[in-house]
Ligand binder design. Structure first.
Ligand SMILES: Cc1ncc(COP(=O)(O)O)c(C=O)c1O
Length: 442
């Protein structure tokens, strides 16, 4: 009974709910049909070509796309390990022996093994940290680690250009979060001062989060300068080094090693999905922090552990990374040739100081599709394109990812093609109102 009206509430609901449903209540799926999302808005023109393309054949710098052989600059395979014969052999043998499911369950319950523990230890040693914990997916691992490390009394201070996994982790945080301008130390200090004042009231602590290498622009995070701020401010530093792990530093230990400040990184994240050409990731830190994470990382406690072939495959890849510095040398030979060649032709590569090679041009979204179409159909060069709203309006970012298995002839061919398409772009040859529709017909 409703106290105010004296009516039976069930009667009110039964009588009026259908009316409400008809007039006010939006169906969720109807709503979704109306809003495709910032990338989904291009789906009808782009599926299978600009987005969700299917590269076929053996993984490497030359692959097939829609029946044509392409020079491929779009693979997260920095060291060329994806198709290394020893890697393929170990992956196949481990899969034959264990299958893809083993071990079943979350690691805490029934999904642990001596190989998982060995990989934890080897990754920790490689990163010069006391311990490490495996993550079944890098993205979820980052989100979950941010969630686990801080509570509502703590303050997160993070870089404005952080990867989506950092942004999503920060979204879970119940306390305050302050963002500092990308790689800007004055802005970071300002936010640290705010955070310090706030934590003095809450009794909490400060976690600074940034990246080793920013994946879109290739700029290294200013890790050394951030670490130096520890002498003035009390905080811990968490670095997502997805693109730096395996590629940066003398031994490939990452951007902390590159900048000689690995000790100052308190929590180090690496993914297997780039230089290892695998899936999964890890966090390395002091043993007490890793112990805390083992028992509090919800993405690992409530999800299946990394399958055995991935663990054994990762051990093999780590071994190759340690024993074959020439993979990294080859990568950097290609990186230097590509970046210096493009710069010599006057291309704007932004702030990259890592293997990531962004080529920045100016034009509309429609023009960017013409550029990509021309590159693929006439030059047979495949690279990724990033446009508004991921980057500012009017900018076209063609993103090249060099690998250790590209060669200098491929670099030359690419520079020549880019020089030609830039001339066409400038002359208005790609001028069009419309995105070239290359979507798969189905
Ligand atoms: C900076 C950064 N962090 C985290 C991730 C997520 O890693 P994973 O692919 O292992 O989930 C990526 C991958 O794109 C990345 O670029």
């Amino acid at each position: 009974m409703c106290e105010k009206t004296g009516l039976e509430s069930a009667w009110v609901l039964d009588t009026f709910a259908p009316l409400f449903k008809q007039s006010f209540i939006m169906d969720l799926f109807e709503k979704l049909n109306k809003k495709a999302g910032p990338l989904g808005q291009y789906a009808d023109d782009a599926y299978g070509y600009y987005m969700f393309p299917k590269l076929e054949g053996e993984i490497g710098p030359e692959m097939d796309f829609r029946g044509q052989r392409m020079l491929n600059w779009s693979l997260n395979n920095y060291l060329g390990l994806a198709n290394h014969p020893e890697v393929r052999k170990v992956d196949a043998e481990a899969t034959a022996q264990y299958g893809l499911g083993y071990p079943m369950g979350a690691r805490m319950m029934s999904g642990n093994s001596i190989y998982h523990e060995q990989l934890d230890r080897e990754l920790a040693a490689f990163e010069s940290k006391e311990d490490a914990v495996l993550l079944n997916y890098g993205y979820q691992g980052m989100v979950s680690a941010i969630d686990a490390l801080v509570d509502r009394h703590d303050v997160i201070v993070y870089d404005a250009e952080s990867h989506a996994c950092i942004v999503d982790g920060v979204r879970l945080h119940m306390g305050k979060r302050f963002v500092f301008e990308h790689n800007d130390m004055a802005s970071l200090e300002k936010q640290l001062q705010r955070a310090t004042r706030l934590t003095a009231e809450t009794g909490g602590a400060i976690l600074v989060i940034t990246e080793g290498v920013f994946g879109m622009t290739g700029a290294q995070g200013n890790l050394k300068d951030i670490v130096a701020l520890k002498s003035t401010y009390e905080f811990r530093l968490f670095v997502d080094d997805a693109h730096g792990f395996g590629t940066m530093g003398k031994t490939g230990a990452g951007t902390g090693e590159e900048q000689n400040c690995q000790d100052g990184i308190d929590v180090y994240f690496g993914t297997f999905a780039k230089s290892m050409a695998l899936i999964g990731g890890f966090i390395a830190a002091d043993k007490n922090v890793v112990k805390f994470l083992r028992y509090n990382l919800r993405s690992q406690i409530y999800a299946k552990s990394v399958p055995m072939p991935i663990v054994i495959g990762a051990l093999k890849r780590l071994d190759l990374i340690r024993k074959h510095p020439e993979f990294r040398d080859n990568l950097w030979t290609v990186v230097r040739a590509l970046q210096s060649g493009l710069k010599a032709e006057g291309f704007d590569l932004g702030r990259t100081n890592s293997p990531v090679c962004p080529v920045i041009m100016h034009g509309t979204v429609a023009e960017s599709t013409s550029v990509v179409h021309d590159l693929r159909e006439n030059y047979h060069i495949f690279c990724s394109v990033v446009v508004y709203p991921v980057i500012p309006k009017g900018m076209i970012l063609l993103r090249l990812i060099p690998t250790a298995v590209h060669n200098l002839a491929q670099v030359e061919r690419t520079i020549k093609a880019f020089t030609e398409i830039r001339e066409k772009l400038k002359s208005g040859a790609y001028n069009s109102e419309k995105v070239i529709n290359m979507a798969e017909k189905n």
